[in-house]
Design a protein around this ligand. Sequence first.
Ligand code: TYM
Length: 332
Amino acid sequence: MENNQKIILSGIQPSGNLTIGHLAGALTNWQQLQDDYQCFYMIADLHTMTIRQEPSVLRDKTMDTIAMYVACGISPEKSTLFVQSHVPAHSQLQWILSCFTGYSECAKMTQFKDKSQAHSDNINVGLFAYPVLMAADILLYQADLVPIGDDQKQHLELTRNVAQRFNYHYSDTFKIPEPFIPKIGARIMSLQEPTKKMSKSDENEKNIIFLTDSDDQIRNKIKRSVTDSGTEIKCADNKPGITNLLTLLSVSTGNSLINIENNFIGKTYGDLKNTTADAIIEFIKPIRNEYEKIKLDKNYLNNIIKDGMEKANKTAFKTLCKVYKKIGLVQL
Ligand code: TYM
């Protein structure tokens, strides 16, 4: 029964082409959880406003990201796929929650500190309040679980704190969500600088495997990826490059890290790169092919988000009304 099903909400910013990091950290779990949960998967377009966006590019990327969700096996029949800005309750709840969030709580967010440094000419209030919008996204749907990569864990912790604070003042209103983070692949690293997270906004494309990359691009990027000193092929803190390649091989094949390490005893870094490139190519090819097809069907994509907009608004509005009532806003 749908009503007894536990709820999931998650989202991705449409600020660029999706990477193998998104697949490993989020989309693979999203796809697997669809059968057992009622899932809301969102395009976090409002979150992209913290950095200047070209309007026409943002519009295209939003639709491309929906196409990529579907290509990655997120089924519009099983899950609700929607665009954040199509549900006004997100912004409405954000304001209320921002009055329950401490200045210092936002100021200590690692992503705020990193992005402030990277965009020092535009440290806007939105960048600061970003995790409060994320809290609103999650709490509106009364999500039990939030499948995310490692970098979003701190934001989820903040969401839980804000929800608990609100519930304490006004009695139980929000469900307290749990993070759902993959054991392997929660933080895919940059190919050239493997101590840094692989990020779609990185200016150096050699650092990134995009889900739209051709077979040749994948092979070249893996071939040129940075490895470590020594020759041993194993996961270790002092071997970030090799650890990243092993992780990529594991997420692309489903094979455990231990098995992979055993298979590579006595082999070379070159062997590891070849096998990893082959595995990623096989992993991504069907997604890329499906994406190229779906992307062309604008009608299909529009219908998905229209349908999603209706369903998401219904659920979100219910929670928003509950909140308005509890805090004493007059409702007619
Ligand atoms: P975003 O758009 O940066 O990333 C989307 C999801 O992909 C994961 N991810 C990665 N996982 C492993 N390795 C990587 N290199 C990698 N890069 C990205 C992220 O951890 C994330 O799960 N604020 C969020 C979007 C958001 C959201 C939400 C998420 C808005 N509202 C509500 C969950 C719930 C963000 O910027 O993710």
